[in-house]
Write a protein that binds this ligand. Structure first.
Ligand code: AMP
Length: 225
């Protein structure tokens, strides 16, 4: 699929990307946002930015994030509401929100007139641990690598800008199990929430990122037509 702008999506809409941590939501959201002229909103990234800037919110959520637990619905709800108010021409891709049914209900309450479509990137748990444990990122340009599947050319160094690669504190082995538990118990029920509303789509996320991207584009093309 062409990396450039593909098409508009027929007015502002919200695409919710669901799936387990490490399932590729961030990678796919970035590509989709660029191709469809949408904004990419990652609640995890926005929260990490608060931590980096050492804001009051950042200080409040740091320990929770590093333990692999969910921060309060109120904190993320405020962030998401601000983003929804600034939808832009083609809307936003929500990556990492909603993470439980209460958040899905809140999103519905603030998006009454805006079409919302959920795409679940389904990935087997056996794959996820290696994806998370192997993930490294560049703090300068944001490029993401995986030491097992897509390593940088020089160990620990970003191909793009030469900066040292880092590991997210919550990608450490001891936190991954907690994140998966939270996903199973809190986030998986969100799938049924959207399925019941009939705006649910699923793609197989076990393949490589380009193939998954092609499948997601087919889904987006179908509902945006
Ligand atoms: P992510 O980058 O999406 O994996 O999110 C990293 C962490 O940020 C999560 O493990 C949570 O601690 C927190 N977080 C991100 N999005 C949410 C959300 N919608 N609700 C609660 N916590 C969230």
């Amino acid at each position: 699929m062409d990396e450039g702008r593909v098409t508009a999506v027929g007015g502002p809409r919200i695409i919710v990307l669901l799936g387990p941590p490490g399932g590729g939501k961030g990678t796919q959201a970035k590509k989709l946002a660029a191709a469809f002229g949408m904004k990419h909103t990652s609640t995890g990234e926005l929260l990490r930015e608060e931590i980096r800037r050492e804001t009051e919110l950042g200080r409040r959520v740091k320990a929770t994030i590093e333990a692999g637990d969910l921060v309060s619905d109120r904190c993320v709800g405020e962030i998401v509401e601000q983003q929804v108010r600034r939808l832009g021409e083609n809307g936003i891709i929500l990556d990492g929100y909603p993470r439980n049914v209460a958040q899905a209900e809140f999103l519905a309450s603030i998006t009454e007139d805006i079409p919302v479509e959920a795409i679940n990137i389904e990935v087997e748990e056996s794959q996820i641990v290696r994806r998370l444990a192997g993930r490294r990122f560049c703090s300068r340009c944001g490029n993401i690598y995986n030491i097992y599947f897509s390593p940088p050319q020089a160990t620990g160094i970003c191909d793009n800008c030469g900066t040292e690669l880092l590991r997210r504190p919550d990608d450490k082995e001891e936190v991954i199990e907690e994140r998966l538990k939270v996903y199973r118990e809190e986030t998986r029920p969100v799938i049924d929430y959207y399925r019941d509303f009939g705006n649910y789509h699923e793609v197989d996320g076990n393949w490589d990122a380009d193939e998954v991207y092609r499948d997601i584009c087919l889904v987006v093309g179908a509902f945006a037509a």
